[in-house]
Design a binder for this molecule. Structure first.
Ligand code: MSP
Length: 634
């Protein structure tokens, strides 16, 4: 078997849930993987997570759990999403996987022995707030912003990778491989950066614990990029070198400079192409939690996987940035899928049904307009394949949809409903129906990599058996005899979206603004009371022994509470937040000297402390589990 077409996505940090930007990278890679399989190539497709480093370490400390436990929790956001979206990766790699640790340590040691990694004292300006050494330029920027006080001079022992040695070899490599980085304008940025000179790269840290230890010198951990980039080797199996490595523009430098330099030092072949895509923006701005403009894939997946995949691939011209808008998203789907392709397919199939009893005719004679549609169809499908080969799904889909639109005009012009009324026009009608059918039959396999489910449905509606994803694209036959008959009642390909309804729903639930921190709904701090007044309130630890709902009330729960010295009947308004069974044996804080009062006819002797703001449900205040009923709270 020939060497697989090996393609990779970046591995995602586990400090956040995926947003549409992260989802996009893996969707693009998945489309390429599916496309290549349809070209008859064996494929290996790798995606995964980048789990070491300071951010995860800090977040875990804040949560009081180990970094690994935090990574295990967050990684599920990615693995679940990719599973739901039917991604076809061969491995989901985690940098905490044992085989990856071995790869990193083995290569670290080899490069150390060979002299490409060396240990030295590093003295430089260090930004306390970023916890990182800064370059002179960065230091100047901080000074200009009045943040010079954050800079200190720090000495640290660190391992360096001899990046400077690879400056010339990299420039030579770039010159000899004009396709190494796509698109060209990004390649130029990379070249300019390297031409500006390369300094050796610090690749270990002693200030972080959460990482892969440097073999033989365990107070150092391998710095995240040396660790992260090597995932592509761990996950390669026998497939290295990669044909295609897809990355976002922000991490191109690591992939087009450091990574090939590491590989040169290792004596391994370099990847064929690194493709840098642009960013999904929101409100024409970078998505960020603090700005509250993050768009999550779940908001869009209610319209189906295919809808999101299509939008991503159709609207984003690889390399450029693209602004996301819900309206644009829905307009695109309605125009291209519900109308465009959806209408064309249902019209064409129903005409074949009505005029030819579902049997697809063979054309006998083509007039000029039929011949044009026939010729264009062959060209467009070939162009689709060429563009997809160049990873340009935007261009491929653009061309295909222009052709589909031309078919609408072809129908209007040919007026099949009139042709059908007169037997002498039978040959022309055959030609029109055959052209429409062939166009759809070629469209379905082209779309299989972009919209797997929709393409399969179209294939079945055409009366064709088997899996559309198994149809080869390197041998698409435009004029193969039809096998039909077409399906009498085809399933719709895409249901039209009610834009107004969705807009108001989306805005209410997951519109970007909804992710900003909600304002606390609490009153002003109350008037001052002196300590004596406060200490008049008798607070005790209690334990709930029995709990039942008060009949006819969804809010009130009647409880028997042990407060050490006695058992009390207390009625609390917590029925919307808790089930009685949830309350049994719970430790609570009781206001023990509150005057009794009647609630729905039941006398309540005290009150339970609960935390909430006016907008949220009450959370019962819980003493530590080793507190005993009757303890004073003071
Ligand atoms: N862990 C590193 C990559 C290491 S690869 C050896 C990393 N992780 S990340 O989670 O921050 O980003 C992963 C990918 O998501 C990057 O390619 C990045 O460009 C991409 N995106 C993050 N935000 C994006 C958008 N808004 N739009 C499109 N892609 C974006 O960097």
């Amino acid at each position: 078997m020939s060497k697989p077409f090996y393609l990779t996505t970046p591995i995602y940090y586990v400090n956040d849930r995926p947003h549409i930007g992260h989802t996009y990278t893996t969707v693009l890679a998945d489309a390429v993987a599916r496309f290549r399989r349809q070209m008859g190539e064996p494929v290996r497709f790798l995606t995964g997570t980048d789990e070491h480093g300071q951010k995860v370490e800090k977040a875990a400390i804040a949560k009081g759990i180990t970094p690994k436990a935090l990574a295990d929790e967050v990684v599920a956001n990615y693995t679940d999403l990719f599973a739901r979206m039917g991604m076809t990766h061969d491995r989901f790699i985690r940098t905490t996987d044992a085989d990856h640790r071995e790869t990193v340590q083995t290569w670290f040691k080899k490069l150390l022995d060979a002299g490409d990694i060396y240990k030295a004292e590093y003295e430089g300006l260090y930004s306390v707030s970023d916890e990182a050494f800064v370059t002179e330029t960065q230091a100047k920027e901080l000074q200009a912003q009045g943040l010079a006080h954050q800079l200190i001079t720090l000495k640290e022992e660190t391992y360096f990778f001899r990046l400077s040695k690879y400056e010339k070899p990299l420039l030579e490599w770039y010159a000899a491989h004009p396709d190494f980085v796509q698109p060209d304008f990004r390649f130029n940025e990379v070249k300019r950066f390297v031409e500006g000179g390369l300094q050796d790269l610090s690749i270990s840290r002693t200030t972080i614990q959460w990482g892969i230890p440097v073999p033989g010198d365990e107070k150092h951990v391998v710095y995240v990029w040396f660790d992260a980039l090597l995932n592509y080797l761990t996950g390669a199996g026998e497939a290295w070198p990669a044909e295609l490595q897809i990355v976002g523009k922000d991490i191109l430098r690591f992939h087009a400079v450091y990574w090939p330099a590491f590989l040169m030092a290792m004596g391994l072949p370099l990847p064929k192409t690194i493709l840098a895509h642009g960013w999904w923006l929101s409100g024409n701005d970078k998505m960020s939690k603090s700005k509250g403009n993050v768009v999550r894939p779940d908001t869009l997946l209610k319209f189906g996987n295919d809808a999101l995949r299509f939008y991503f691939l159709r609207d984003m011209q690889v390399g450029h940035d693209r602004d996301f808008s819900f309206e644009g998203f829905m307009d695109r789907l309605n125009a291209d899928l519900a109308n465009g392709l959806g209408n064309l397919a249902s019209r064409s199939l129903s005409m074949i049904q009505r005029y030819r009893n579902g049997a697809v005719p063979m054309p006998t004679a083509l007039d000029a307009s039929d011949a044009e549609v026939d010729q264009n169809g062959r060209k467009v499908m070939a162009a689709f394949v060429e563009k997809a080969k160049a990873n340009d799904f935007h261009g491929a889909l653009d061309g295909l949809w222009a052709y589909l639109r031309s078919l609408d005009a072809y129908i209007v012009q040919a007026e099949p409903w009139k042709l059908a009324k007169d037997e002498t026009n039978a040959a022309k009608l055959d030609a029109v129906l055959a052209n429409l059918y062939r166009a759809l039959r070629a469209t379905a396999p082209c779309l299989a990599s972009v919209m797997p489910e929709l393409a399969q449905q179209l294939w079945e509606n055409l009366g064709l058996a088997g899996k559309v994803a198994e149809q080869r694209l390197d041998g698409l036959v435009w004029d193969a005899p039809a096998v039909g008959p077409v399906v009498a009642e085809p399933k719709p390909l895409f249901a039209r979206i009610d834009k107004d309804k969705e807009m108001s729903e989306l805005e209410a639930t997951n519109a970007p603004a909804a992710e900003t921190k909600p304002a606390l709904d609490v009153p002003e701090i109350r008037e001052v009371v002196d300590a004596d007044t406060f200490f008049k309130v008798d607070l005790r630890v209690g334990q709930i022994l029995e709990a039942e709902r008060v009949p006819k009330s969804d809010k009130l729960i009647k409880m028997k509470v042990d407060i050490g010295v006695e058992q009390r009947c207390i009625v609390g308004g917590i029925g919307k937040a808790y089930e009685p069974t949830d309350l049994l044996n719970k430790l609570v804080v009781v206001v023990a000297n509150l005057a009794p009062r009647k609630l729905m006819g039941i006398e309540s002797h005290g009150m339970l402390l609960a935390a909430s703001d006016n907008a949220s449900k009450p959370y019962l205040v819980a003493p530590p589990t080793d507190a005993k009923p009757g303890f004073l709270v003071k």
